[in-house]
Write a protein that binds this ligand. Structure first.
Ligand code: HEC
Length: 107
């Protein structure tokens, strides 16, 4: 009986690990839609809602990742950052990484 319980716990642990892996493999395009990024930066990431909002398609991935981290933490803060900051509450660092890598491949 004890063995069966141990096995059940192990199976549950593996299953939750797999769910975690799937979540981290979420692709950038899906995140870009789901986290509302497109509403300001444009569906193609280069036709922003406002002329003074940045175009992201093809920008350097590490640069974008760092900007997102800085906007979220408040290290980067200017007149326009407020619009972006609220959304950063919806993404964790892993998702920012995925988004930055995907955006860099867009043209
Ligand atoms: C409500 C509008 C809005 C939404 C939604 C939004 N952003 Fe932004 N984003 C901005 C604005 C405005 C800036 C420029 C901020 C500034 O001037 O400091 C910006 C800046 C950025 C930058 C830095 C660009 C650069 O050249 O420095 C990145 C990267 C970025 N956004 C990615 C995203 C991603 C990814 C999402 C979705 C998770 C997102 N944004 C959602 C408005 C938005």
């Amino acid at each position: 009986m004890r063995k069966i319980v141990t096995l059940a716990v192990a199976v549950t642990a593996v299953a939750s690990l797999m769910v975690g892996t799937n979540a981290s493999a979420e692709d950038g395009a899906a995140l870009y839609k789901a986290k509302t990024c497109w509403s300001c930066h444009g569906k193609d990431a280069k036709t922003p809602l406002m002329p003074f909002y940045p175009s992201l398609a093809g920008q350097n991935a590490d640069y974008m990742y760092n900007q997102m981290v800085d906007i979220k933490s408040g290290a980067r803060s200017n007149g326009q950052t407020a619009a972006m900051k609220g959304v950063m509450g919806l993404v964790n660092e892993e998702q920012m990484r995925t988004l930055a890598d995907w955006l860099a491949t867009q043209n």
